[in-house]
Design a protein around this ligand. Structure first.
Ligand SMILES: [Fe+2]
Ligand SMILES: [Fe+2]
Length: 316
């Protein structure tokens, strides 16, 4: 028997015992790579996700709505920052992850490649998009990588505020004038299916699921989370007096879940591949923001250098 310690076995034993993996612990290369991909993708989604809602800040119907929406969008920037930091603990720089986004190499959630056409979209996005994100993220609070799990705890608290502010917009619209109710229904019609796509491909098509479940990065499969989201959302749809654009949706007594229609996977893959309505506009906006922010990064680096040299002088 070899006296050599089997790192891989020890690692898996820790994961199985629900002991968090920390940045300086040994981990398999593929675990590190999977996490870098997943966390950076998540960070990019938070940042790109600010764009569709930013589109409505100047047209919010009241000062109160504007202040709330602004706070929500700022939270998303904060989520991006926690996640970029968590990602850096895995040995990749923030600049590298951002360059991967800007070059089109890294992905972000496809939902943000859909346009926000009316004020009601601010309701539907908060309610459904942040709602779907919560389903995913609550499970991630127990993910095996410590920094990611801890970032998620705070993010989830803020997400639940986002979901409520969205649902409240939908409540006001759906109980308002006929035109307002129509706006709410139209937003639901456009966001329902893309929200269901946020959970990713079906389990049979999801190549990473099995390994990620073994490493406890993922706790539930895509299909489980999607079903959970549908079951939680339909009573909320009913309360609004609206309907989902799915003629196959019905309660299945035997399963204890809602049955639902087929997702348009062709549309899903098309948007993932970069051909959604807003893919190009979103990347263009991020590239411009990055270029325009160059002077801030330079100034911050120069300031840090100046401070460091002063400290060194004192020490000398
Ligand atoms: Fe967020
Ligand atoms: Fe959010």
């Amino acid at each position: 028997m070899s006296p050599q310690i089997n790192f891989e076995e020890q690692f898996q034993a820790k994961v199985d015992a629900e002991i968090k993996i920390e940045p300086k612990d040994w981990m398999p290369d593929a675990y590190r790579k999977t996490l870098i991909r997943q966390i950076s993708q998540h960070a990019h989604s938070e940042i790109v996700g600010m764009l569709p809602e930013g589109n409505w800040l100047t047209r919010a119907p009241s000062l109160k709505r504007k202040a709330t929406l602004l706070a929500k969008i700022q939270d998303e920037a904060g989520h991006g920052l926690y996640l970029y930091s968590a990602c850096e603990t895995l040995g990749i720089t923030r600049l590298q992850t951002i360059e991967d986004l800007l070059s089109g190499k890294a992905k972000y959630s496809s939902i943000f490649n859909y346009p926000s056409l009316s004020w009601a979209d601010m309701g539907a996005i908060g309610w459904l998009v942040d709602g779907a994100a919560i389903m995913n993220q609550v499970a991630l609070c127990r993910t095996s990588y410590g920094p990611y799990a801890r970032a998620m705890v705070r993010i989830c608290k803020e997400e639940s505020f986002h979901q409520r502010q969205g649902y409240e917009i939908m409540m006001v619209l759906s109980k308002g004038s006929a035109a307002q109710k129509e706006m709410a229904q139209d937003a639901l019609n456009r966001w329902w299916w893309p929200a269901l796509m946020m959970f990713g491909p079906t389990d049979s098509e999801s190549s990473n699921t099995e390994q990620s479940m073994k490493w406890k990065i993922k706790r539930h499969t895509n299909d489980e989370l999607r079903q959970k989201f549908i079951d939680a959302s339909i009573p909320q749809v009913n309360y609004l007096g609206l309907t989902v654009p799915d003629k196959d949706l019905k309660w299945n007594e035997e399963r204890g879940h809602y049955d639902f229609g087929e997702i348009d996977w062709e549309e899903f893959w098309n948007v993932v591949k970069g051909n959604g309505i807003c893919n190009k506009a979103r990347l263009k906006a991020r590239r411009e923001a990055h270029e325009q922010g160059a002077w801030v990064r330079e100034a911050a680096a120069a300031y840090a250098e100046k401070r460091a040299s002063r400290v060194n002088e004192k020490v000398a």
